[in-house]
Design a binder for this molecule. Structure first.
Ligand code: PXP
Length: 243
């Protein structure tokens, strides 16, 4: 069954709205794990708009938590990540004015930078995942750079409204999952996935991890994080079994 890493950035967003000490994303991380998550995803942005360095340090110290640190490929963040030593980094593009990560990383354009950074992470024992569009050129460039995994961007699928576009996106993701494994990389998926649209993506064989944030934290306002995490896992399980 695919694993679920919950992205807890939005808990920090609520805290930062008042610049106080609650809700604490570290509490949220424990609740996600109690709900059955396999790991925690956090995006330490350059502008520190939600997650703070202290949050990553504390979640890193929680027992039994696989920490997936989302980050941009900038030298100050790379240095911090090498010090914090999460199990995995997911490399994402980052723009200051965006509401959330918008596109995938252009691994063709940043090929040599990506290769060098991947070597540094591997030397520190950190797995590397590249957040990319489900596109053959991006998969090939990720593979050439030596990354361990790719996270396929599901945003276009999540935003699609016509049945034709939804079907095209599912086909693209399915093909990209197959190509990723054939190239020797592990395949993850995420962005914009929620309780209504997870089904067809969870039914694709070969996605090892899902990284889901906004929909789980949004539901948790009403149900609590533990229940919201469990409900997402149950849906993933159900659709993965149907295939
Ligand atoms: N994966 C990546 C690489 C992301 O940047 C994000 C958003 O932070 C997510 C997954 C989670 O997206 P969402 O909050 O829409 O579930």
């Amino acid at each position: 069954m695919p694993k679920l890493n919950v992205n807890i950035d939005h808990v920090a967003t609520i805290r930062q709205a008042r610049l106080v000490d609650e809700p604490d994303p570290v509490w949220a991380a424990s609740a996600c794990m109690l709900g059955g998550a396999s790991g925690i995803t956090m995006h330490l942005r350059e502008d520190r708009r939600h997650i703070q360095d202290r949050d990553v340090q504390l979640v890193r110290q929680l027992g039994g938590v696989m920490l997936n640190l989302e980050m941009a490929l900038t030298e100050p963040i790379i240095k911090l990540a090498l010090k914090l030593k999460p199990e995995q980094v997911t490399l994402v593009p980052e723009k200051r004015e965006e509401l959330t990560t918008e596109g995938g990383l252009d691994c063709v354009k940043i090929a040599s930078k990506l290769k060098l950074a991947t070597k540094r992470f591997h030397k520190a024992g950190i797995l590397v995942s590249a957040f990319i569009a489900p596109d053959q050129k991006q998969l090939e460039a990720s593979c050439t750079a030596g990354v361990d995994a790719v996270e396929l961007h599901t945003g276009e699928y999540a935003n699609a409204t016509s049945p034709e576009k939804i079907e095209r996106c599912i086909n693209e993701i399915t093909e990209a999952v197959e190509m990723g494994w054939e190239m020797g990389m592990t395949v993850h998926a995420g962005h914009g996935l929620n309780y209504r649209n997870i089904g067809p993506i969870a039914g694709i064989d070969g996605i090892e991890d899902f990284n889901i944030g906004h929909s789980i934290i949004a539901r948790s306002i009403f149900t609590g994080i533990q229940v919201a995490t469990r409900e997402m896992l149950d849906l993933i399980d159900k659709h993965w079994q149907i295939g």
